[in-house]
Design a protein around this ligand. Structure first.
Ligand code: GLU
Length: 301
């Protein structure tokens, strides 16, 4: 029995490694680069009121924060160093509207817990990576968008029978990312769960497959991406139990940049780029496109 279980785990991890491109092979059902939309670069665009934009112009390229281990959202191929996914496409279409060639973007992986500091320190010009807009974070950074609505959910092994929603987590080991809204919600609303935190969700998934935790919790977008890679090993259960509106993080005082990003998103939703990008990224995980929520052009404070 033990040997079978061990063999199963080894096989699952191997599948995940291959699926995530760790061995240099393309993802099984991943976005194919030749299907990605070409975003028209607004070469005459200028934003003299934005210190961030001016600095990027002088540098000659944008530096954008992202995730690298979230299939279909933000994923880095370790062999080529190329980033792909819906968030990456959002970053690219916005860059094109801001007058930058998307091919020249320098992506930087930043974990959930480090996003605000990265924006405050000027390490990145903006951030696109499953980043929930909320009032607490708005005190530290600004948010363009929202450009998508996700919801917190649960990922379990396919052999799991007892966990069907957050009400079933008492005494169960549950993994999430430090500094994330799902982690905070678990702490506040489900204190009976045995919560563990890592920097990234992919470490949580490894722990799930090796029976060290019973569930992984974060946004359904992220969890569906992992499940779609190895559906025979993992499944997403229950209905989403929060609202996670995704925004583009910017330095808090750079309102000019924030409004320009809002305009860019609105234009790209209208001209069909948003939908095209969705279809060849997150859409491949089997997740139906819910329309982008209305853009919240909130005033400067
Ligand atoms: N959207 C949630 C958050 O911003 C979870 C996903 C993440 O950690 O990036 O905290």
């Amino acid at each position: 029995m033990l040997r079978t279980k061990k063999a199963l785990i080894a096989a699952a991890l191997a599948v995940l490694a291959v699926a995530c491109g760790k061995e240099g092979s393309p993802p099984v059902k991943g976005p194919s680069p030749d299907q990605l939309p070409d975003y028209k670069v607004e070469s005459a665009f200028a934003l003299p009121n934005s210190a961030t934009w001016e600095k990027a112009k002088r540098r000659g390229r944008l530096v954008v924060g992202a995730k690298e281990d979230q299939p279909y959202m933000g994923e880095k191929d370790p062999a080529s160093g190329r980033y792909s996914g819906f968030d990456i496409e959002i970053a690219k279409m916005v860059a094109a509207s801001l007058g930058f060639d998307p091919a020249g973007i320098q992506f930087r992986t930043i974990a959930s817990a480090n996003r605000e500091t990265a924006l405050q320190n000027g390490q990145i010009d903006y951030y696109v990576g499953t980043y929930t807009i909320n009032d607490k974070r708005k005190k530290l950074v600004g948010f363009g968008g929202p450009y998508y609505m996700a919801g917190q959910s649960l990922l379990v092994r396919t052999d799991e029978k007892d966990i069907n929603g957050p009400q079933d987590l008492d005494g169960k080991r549950v993994c999430s990312a430090a500094g994330s809204t799902p982690y905070q919600r678990m702490q506040q609303d489900y204190p009976q769960a045995d919560l563990v935190a890592y920097d990234t969700y992919s470490v949580c998934v490894d722990n799930l497959l090796t029976y060290q935790v019973d569930a992984v919790t974060t946004d359904d977008t992220i969890l569906m991406g992992y499940a779609a890679k190895v559906p025979e090993e993992m499944k997403v259960v229950g209905a989403p139990f929060s609202k996670e509106p995704y925004g583009i993080g910017v330095p808090r005082t750079d309102t000019a940049l924030r409004f320009a990003i809002d305009d860019a998103l609105a234009a790209r939703e209208k001209n069909g780029d948003w939908q095209k990008a969705y279809d060849v990224t997150l859409g491949l995980s089997g997740r139906k496109a819910t329309p982008a929520p209305p853009i919240d052009r909130y005033p400067a404070s």
